[in-house]
Write a protein that binds this ligand. Structure first.
Ligand code: HEM
Length: 484
């Protein structure tokens, strides 16, 4: 039995390497010279470079950065293979311009519908479906000013928790691991602004819908079931839980959606519209199309997935840098005093008129991009990228992390945290793309930026921040807060 297993495994490995070699030769045949590629990486190697190790999301970005430095730094792209597919990893701003602006030639690769995520949503759809949805949803994100009072209230509520903990400390400082509290603040902000629901994440309330969301969110780590959803039909204990949470989440969403539809039809309480209400009310100007319940549900899920972790991660890294860089912390505080004052609530206009704060957040997103590599694209015809012929059907994976960390675009001080680099006007706009670019740029960019700036202003108005001793940045790093 063991021998058969070893023989079968060896056969798979040999086939993988033969397949990989055939693919490489295909690229060479078309181009005369292929992108540099990881020599040792066949199917198995690519799997290692594509999927995170359990609990180490950042590890994919770092592993790719090693490949990039070795094979792609000069040209801005490198190659791999997975099964019969050629994968082209791109980090070159010139190629980005081509990929992100020509959405018909480089549509998003269809990952297939997943049970939780669905497929009828803005992030995954292509062509006319995407265009219609974007037309309908865009207006909801035009007026972020409208959501500022909610950002303010919930940020203050989150900071009140730290203030009262500090007040009951025997010392005049408080040490906290900020990550999970910040995630809870962003979840509560999203619950309120998107759905009008108080999840009470900050108070650790047990809301079943939120528990179901967390379970389903975590289930997305299970790559195998994501690729082969029929595996969820196997009657295991875990799968029973999965279906329980999926059904529970879906009925919660359908309840919220029908309340929102009723609110719009009755024109009741319209002075407090949520993003969902706005999406329900909106229609495509060209076609008069509206979103179906399924589309509303799938988009709401995407907003959750795309937003709570990303904004929270960015704020976590901002705290890390604030604790590390006291001189910058003082500069930020001075700007806050000059523009907003020591205790006043900042207005939307003020949050858009604080150059150092804006550059600070921009640099956090440059050095620690929460989305290290965007949804893969597929090229629909033979094309030339960064001087190399890339055959039709190849999968193209933009590597934002690599671009943001490349000395080719940021010079020798690429690894330094330097907000002022963003006021010098010498950074290629396609070399700094934490929110993606062009038509498929993040719809929630302004939402997240204002949410983050609001948090940082309110935080620094109350506290001085130090970093507790840490060797490396990690999920559970600690900061030390003391009263201003
Ligand atoms: C720091 C925070 C965020 C970062 C770094 C981020 C990053 C990104 C990136 C890189 C893309 C482009 C993906 C691609 O081209 O494949 C994207 C798209 C998207 N983001 Fe965000 N995002 C953030 C916050 C948000 C928020 C707050 C929302 C919604 C409330 C959101 C919703 C979306 C959606 C729906 C798309 C797809 C847009 C389309 O294709 O038309 N994101 N985001």
């Amino acid at each position: 039995m063991f021998l058969e297993f070893v023989v079968a495994f060896a056969a798979i490995v040999i086939l993988a390497f033969v397949g990989a070699e055939i693919q490489r030769r295909r690229v060479y045949r078309v181009s005369g010279k292929g992108p540099s590629h990881p020599n040792s990486t066949g199917v198995l190697g690519m799997l290692y470079h594509l999927f995170p190790l359990p609990g180490r999301i950042e590890s994919v970005a770092l592993r790719h950065f090693e490949l990039y430095k070795k094979y792609g730094r000069e040209d801005g792209l490198y190659m791999g293979v997975l099964g019969h597919r050629i994968l082209i990893f791109v980090a070159d701003p010139v190629a980005y311009k081509q990929i992100f602006t020509q959405t018909k030639v480089f549509p998003k690769f269809q990952l297939g519908s997943t049970l939780f995520l669905g497929s009828e949503n803005l992030a995954l759809a292509n062509g006319d479906i995407w265009k219609t949805q974007r037309h309908i949803i865009n207006p909801a994100f035009y007026n972020i000013n409208y959501f500022c009072p909610t950002f303010l209230d919930l940020t203050d509520k989150g900071l009140d928790a730290w203030s009262s903990m500090l007040a009951s400390e025997p010392n005049d400082f408080l040490e906290v691991s900020p990550s999970s509290h910040i995630t809870n603040i962003t979840i509560d902000i999203l619950g309120k602004t998107l759905l009008g629901v108080d999840f009470g994440a900050m108070e650790n309330k047990t809301i079943l819908a939120l528990e179901s969301y967390y379970f389903l969110f975590k289930s997305m780590d299970n790559t195998l079931s994501l690729l082969f959803p029929f595996l969820y039909k196997v009657p295991t204990q875990y799968n029973k839980m999965f279906w329980f949470h999926l059904n529970n989440f879906n009925s919660f969403m359908s309840n919220v959606i029908s309340k929102s539809r009723k609110k719009i039809i009755d024109q009741s309480n319209v002075s407090h519209l949520t993003l969902l209400d706005m999406m329900v009310a909106s229609q495509d100007q060209d076609t008069n199309a509206k979103l179906s319940d399924q589309e509303l549900r799938d988009n709401a899920v995407v907003f959750f997935l795309a937003s709570h972790d990303t904004s929270a991660a960015s704020l976590g890294f901002a705290l890390y840098e604030l604790g590390n860089q006291h001189e910058m912390q003082n500069r930020l505080y001075q700007e806050i005093l000059n523009v907003v004052g020591p205790t006043e609530a900042p207005t939307y206009e003020q949050l858009n008129n604080m150059p150092f704060l804006i550059n600070f957040v921009t640099e956090v997103l440059r050095l620690y991009p929460p989305v290290g590599s965007v949804i893969p694209r597929v090229n629909t015809r033979d094309c030339v990228l960064s001087g190399y012929h890339v055959p039709k059907g190849a999968i193209i994976i933009p590597q934002i992390w690599c671009t943001h960390h490349s000395d080719m675009y940021y010079g020798d001080n690429v690894d330094e945290f330097d907000p002022d680099r963003h006021s010098k006007g010498n950074i290629d706009s396609f070399a700094n793309i934490p929110f993606g670019s062009s038509q498929r740029k993040c719809i929630g960019q302004q939402f997240s930026l204002i949410e983050q700036r609001m948090f940082l202003v309110r935080l620094l108005q109350r506290f001085k921040i130090d970093l507790c001793k840490v060797n490396r940045i990690s999920d559970d790093f600690k900061i030390r807060l003391s009263k201003r």
